[in-house]
Design a binder for this molecule. Structure first.
Ligand SMILES: NC(=O)C1=CN([C@@H]2O[C@H](COP(=O)(O)OP(=O)(O)OC[C@H]3O[C@@H](n4cnc5c(N)ncnc54)[C@H](OP(=O)(O)O)[C@@H]3O)[C@@H](O)[C@H]2O)C=CC1
Ligand SMILES: N[C@@H](CC=O)C(=O)O
Length: 345
């Protein structure tokens, strides 16, 4: 029985909790895996810990009804108000689910959450992009030193296996270029603006749907896609790309007029992230590009994302699927948990 502690109980944390509540019996029957949430620690919603396991359906119901965990029933075992580090260090969880916000400058406090968890001998699964984009090598080594595993499938294209697919199914290829639409929020906004919504209306919809970052500046300025292309470069291409080395431009200057004008010419604006390896020189960028409607990436619409791998053996391989979403990203954490259980990430 894997014992889980959730740091953050927003869209994604609740998404995972819902999956575990709904699919508990099926997961046990089909895979043998059993997971129990023993702790939740969230800044505004509160923190609860029960070493025997929380009643997760009750916690979900209460947080949806009241916005906090304050009404979760007290018991002899229940401990409240542990902060994130106490939750890592003082609970009996063996796996930390890091689903706090992604900080696009420092990656904190998530980087320190990973370090504390690894040093305490605990696995980490996360959809938080900061630690993987900024400290991949250091944290991988630390996890290895402590004999624990680190899963982060959801950091790129949420539950669509944009990392595990190339690392496993495309193993042995020399991947010279990766190109993709890696941000669900902006791709959704571009579609809705093409359909007639204003920039502000389109952005608000993405926030209501749970696609946008806590600070959506990260989405619209391209910082989120920049983190993702760095993660792909460093994990899949085994490079040492730094965030600051990636040329980055967002979609904030695109107006509904620009989008309509492109459409009248049979074209579409897309926020394209790209990394290439030219004789050992790694070049990467994130910027809006006007693609012909016949281009394969032009048909990737709304919250769908896609990534193309240029492989020396397998040829050009494209994977598409949701790039954001409550259940989809909750699911990405489940993939990591199941793979820890099966003992390979
Ligand atoms: N939503 C999506 O589709 C996807 C999200 N991600 C990533 O997953 C992570 C979670 O996203 P999402 O659930 O949408 O974000 P939310 O903003 O909905 O949830 C994040 C939660 O973390 C809490 N939190 C912030 N700091 C801390 C802390 N130090 N300790 C404990 N809790 C903390 C917040 O608390 P409060 O608000 O109460 O202050 C909030 O409830 C982010 O890093 C995001 O980039 C990745 C892929 C897709
Ligand atoms: N805000 C991000 C969420 C997933 O990483 C996006 O829109 O893609």
């Amino acid at each position: 029985m894997q014992k889980l502690a959730l740091l953050g109980f927003g869209t994604v944390g609740q998404g995972l909790a819902e999956i575990l509540a709904e699919k508990k019996a099926a997961l046990k029957a089909e895979t043998g895996w059993e997971g129990k949430i023993v702790a939740i620690s969230d800044v505004m919603k509160g923190s609860i810990y029960d070493p025997d396991g929380l009643d997760i359906e009750k916690a979900l119901h209460i947080v949806k009804r009241t916005g906090t965990l304050d009404d979760y029933p007290d018991s002899e075992r229940l401990v409240r108000d542990l902060d994130s580090f106490d939750t890592i260090e003082q609970t009996n969880a063996d796996t930390i689910v890091e689903v706090t916000f992604t900080d696009v400058k420092t990656g904190q406090p998530a980087i320190d959450h990973c370090k504390a968890a690894f040093r305490a001998g605990k696995h980490v699964v996360m959809s938080n992009k900061g630690p993987v984009a900024l400290a991949y090598k250091e944290l991988s080594q630390l996890a290895q030193q402590h004999g624990v595993r680190w899963g982060f499938e959801g950091t790129v294209m949420s539950g669509t296996p944009a990392l595990r697919m190339p690392l496993t199914a495309l193993a042995g290829n020399d991947i010279k270029e990766i190109t993709g639409i890696l941000n669900g929020t902006t791709n959704y906004m571009l579609l809705r603006m093409e359909e007639g919504l204003s920039y502000e209306e389109a952005l608000e919809e993405t926030q209501q749907l749970g696609y946008a970052e806590a600070d959506p500046t990260s989405d619209v300025e391209g910082y989120d896609a920049r983190y993702k292309i760095v993660i792909l470069a460093n994990t899949v291409m085994n490079s040492l790309l730094k965030v600051d080395d990636v040329q980055c431009e967002g979609i904030t200057h695109l107006t509904p007029y620009d989008i309509k004008k492109a459409k009248s010419k049979g074209k579409r604006w897309k926020l394209i992230a790209r990394v290439s390896n030219e004789n050992g020189q790694i070049k990467a960028s994130v910027k809006p590009e006007m693609l012909d409607e016949t281009h394969p990436l032009a048909s990737i619409q709304g919250v769908l994302n896609a990534v193309t791998f240029e492989c020396d053996l397998a040829g050009t391989i494209t994977l598409s699927g949701p790039g954001a979403g409550r259940t989809e990203t909750g699911y990405s954490l489940l993939i990591d948990l199941l793979n820890i259980y099966r003992n390979h990430l």
